[in-house]
Design a protein around this ligand. Sequence first.
Ligand code: NAD
Length: 678
Amino acid sequence: MAAITSVVDLAMDGDVAVITIDSPPVNALSADVRDGLDGAFRAIAANPALKAAVLVCAGRTFIAGADISEFGKPPRGASLHAVQDAMEESAVPVVAAIHGTALGGGLEVALCAHYRVSDAKAKFGLPEVKLGLLPGAGGTQRLPRVVGAKKALEMVTSGAQMGAKDALAAGLVDEIVEGDLTAGAIAFARRIVAEGRPLKKVRDDTSKLGGDAAALAPMFADFRQSHARAFKGFDAPEANIKCIEAAVALPFEEGMKVERSEFMKLMSGLQATAQRHVFFAERQAAKIDGLDPKTELLPVKSVGIIGAGTMGGGIAMNFLSVGIPVTIVETKQEALDRGVAVIRRNYENSAKKGRFSMEEVEARMGRLTPTLALEDLKDADLIIEAVFENMDIKKDIFGKLDTIARPGAILASNTSYLNVDEIAASTTRPESVVGTHFFSPANVMRLLEVVRGARTSPQVLATAMATGKAIGKIGVVSGVCHGFIGNRMLGARQEQANKLILEGARPADVDRVLTDFGFPMGPFQMADLAGLDIGWSAETSKGVTVRDRLCEAGLRGQKNGKGFYDYDADRNRTPSPVAEAIILDYAAEKGINRRSIDDQEILERCLYPMVNEGAKILDEGMAQRASDVDIVWINGYGWPVYRGGPMFWAEHDAGRDTIAAALERMGMDVSPKLKSGW
Ligand code: NAD
């Protein structure tokens, strides 16, 4: 075996050349890999005795994609296009032997082979769209020539992976190899040589596209229309679609030019930078500053949950779904029954949609133990409290847990705002207490704020983060402050939104500006959805806020079809004249002179104070890093991914200085970090 570079070897198996890439962990297409492939194909071209070549990867996967750490840096080594050309133009057939995941650039390289074989577990995909990009190494031109325009469209715009069986059916692989992949690929290569099969160059084959430009136009139109909502705001999906259209309408080289130009546009745009930032930020969030990465985790093999309401039920589902038994506690049988019934209904609905079987529903429900006795939590490894947001009740529960829970058990609170240190102080083991702030619906939303109390032990913190990961959440560490990272910033936005509707904007204007920005809904739609009467009661209502008055007038939000908006049976909304009148009366009573407020002011007043609050959170060390704040907002509050999160947006789009100056004009106290950077 001859080393071409430190990561690529070329060996001869008789008259078949075997190129092996061995660049852990995922054989990404780094400069060394490209140089190695370049050298290998030159050596193959110079050896007339060879009949075929096999390209295979060592380790856990075929080339899993580009080396994204090279993005944005000056080019180095052989260009990928040159390597692909050398491969496709090879005088002897090249067989790509695929295991693991052939993703992005990896699949684009494989598409330049004349034949592809894989093992039965291999997966294929072009996930570039998830980073705000498109496959820029011929993927948009070659993939439709292999699997057809429609399937290619789905793959490039979703970034979804295809399994080996489907890949075989779609023609993406020619054979699934049983047993040793390299040996199977060599045997396959010998067979095609013996049979005199042609050098199949994907670029030259238009037979599988599925029709010409005119015939496929309605398919493209349908596709755009049916995905309009999902693609809204994102540049990359449309650029990917245009490239597939080009593959159908234009000769290969012309299509490649379109791909190149669309790729460059995306690459130089802010969205791709933002989406790449989010990709890395998500991984970064898992790291806990000042914590020994070798910190031993505590076992979490059984979970206790207190409160079977909206949150307790959703939280329980996370654990039941991954096989961890849950004991759930309520004070009254009726509440317990209701909570359990909701969990069952949610699972049954998923089963009806075909996500899993009815047996699976029973298996999950079988792991749930409902009880009215707090004592039943005595053996639980992790106990999560999700009762009413009331400090006295929470303290009472933690005091009791202190006497019930086994030593070393983790005692967590799902509080949204309350002081976790105060809760911890009601126990004799504050080191075991941590906040685990889930988001609603807790079985769906990916964010988990893990609140680190002043005395939370490193083991408890690390275990809470690891447990979050185990149930599919993205954990972000927050310090103890009112509303933690997310709700604290939301509060800053809500305060402005509430003022804006008194000063002259309408709730629907505020909502529209924020949804146009890319949020799935605005603050008043959100209030209607959550219920205007959260935390409100007729007995104690003092009528001091607009919301009190809306509730007093019988407006409860979506649940009774009346709120800031009126809702019809299909939940279509129109601004409520009743709410409008209440707001106008309230403003008049407070002596507020209403004026016309433009969209730019709405946007700035909603978002700038929020960014300022995020910066203050950093000033106070309540978040570990600015990118954690971004992850909270993207995964918990629907901040558009393509805008990278509020702190990224402030730094790279709106501009910190611009925001600071505007806040000063508004008379607000500006965070030092907003001025100096984070
Ligand atoms: P909820 O009213 O739906 O449920 C609370 C449940 O706790 C009720 O079923 C109640 O019967 C039960 N309960 C009360 N006292 C109890 C006790 N002593 N022992 C056992 N059960 C008891 O409330 P929720 O929306 O699920 O909120 C629960 C917690 O989660 C609160 O701290 C809230 O701030 C927080 N939270 C809520 C949301 C949300 O969107 N709803 C989001 C994040 C966090």
